[in-house]
Ligand binder design. Structure first.
Ligand SMILES: Cc1cc2nc3c(=O)[nH]c(=O)nc-3n(C[C@H](O)[C@H](O)[C@H](O)COP(=O)(O)O)c2cc1C
Length: 185
């Protein structure tokens, strides 16, 4: 089982990236593998850019999608929605071959406010379904008041949160395998 980690925040000390780091530990512990997307390397999507040869960064990114059995997305909440970086990455993934079609996806997120990315995740799920991806319905991971969840080393403080992420990663593996039984758990 091979995963692709996508962090919707470009911030160097992103709390959402820390959630994905925790998910990565689970993935590796299961004997699975994981690759990371660099959304900051992608140009802003334009139909003009895709009219000729795709930029190299986009080609690399789309190849990462093709190799992945499942996607792990951590989204911040920006103005009650997903970040522009994440939306831009989705545009690229769906052009010149829709790399999201049929893909198993798990979404997690943490934000500074009380809603814990609930509004961003609602938007993201709507987009994912539209592009033919299969968002994992449960467990939901929406953590409010982001910085309260991490210690100074950037590790999750609460064992229950860590366990929730573990459950989600394992459920995503099962979900991906159910959608595409060729994958080996
Ligand atoms: C442009 C912008 C808009 C934001 N809008 C929201 C919001 O609508 N709801 C919320 O809870 N937090 C909002 N925040 C705060 C983010 O949730 C917070 O900065 C969070 O830590 C970002 O995720 P990151 O740590 O992964 O970068 C916003 C932050 C930025 C920079």
């Amino acid at each position: 089982m091979h995963f692709l980690a996508i962090c919707g925040s470009l911030r160097a000390h992103s709390f959402n990236r820390l959630l994905l780091r925790c998910a990565e530990e689970v993935v590796l512990h299961q004997g699975w593998s994981i690759d990371w997307c660099d959304l900051g390397a992608l140009p802003l999507y334009s139909e003009d850019l895709e009219a000729t040869a795709l930029p190299e960064s986009v080609q690399r990114y789309k190849a990462q999608f093709k190799r992945a059995d499942a996607l792990l997305i951590a989204t911040p909440e920006y103005n009650h929605s997903i970040s522009a970086a994440l939306k831009n990455a989705i545009e690229w993934a769906t052009r010149k071959g829709n790399n999201l079609d049929g893909k198993a996806v798990a979404v997690m997120g943490t934000s500074g406010g009380f809603a814990g990315t609930a509004r961003a995740q609602a938007h993201l799920n709507q987009i994912l379904v539209h592009v033919g991806a299969y968002p994992l319905p449960r467990p939901v991971i929406q953590l409010p008041f982001a910085k309260q969840h991490f210690n100074t080393e950037g590790r999750l403080i609460n064992e229950q949160t860590r366990s929730l992420i573990e459950k989600q990663v394992i459920a995503l593996g099962v979900w991906a395998n159910r959608l595409n039984p060729v994958s080996v758990l």
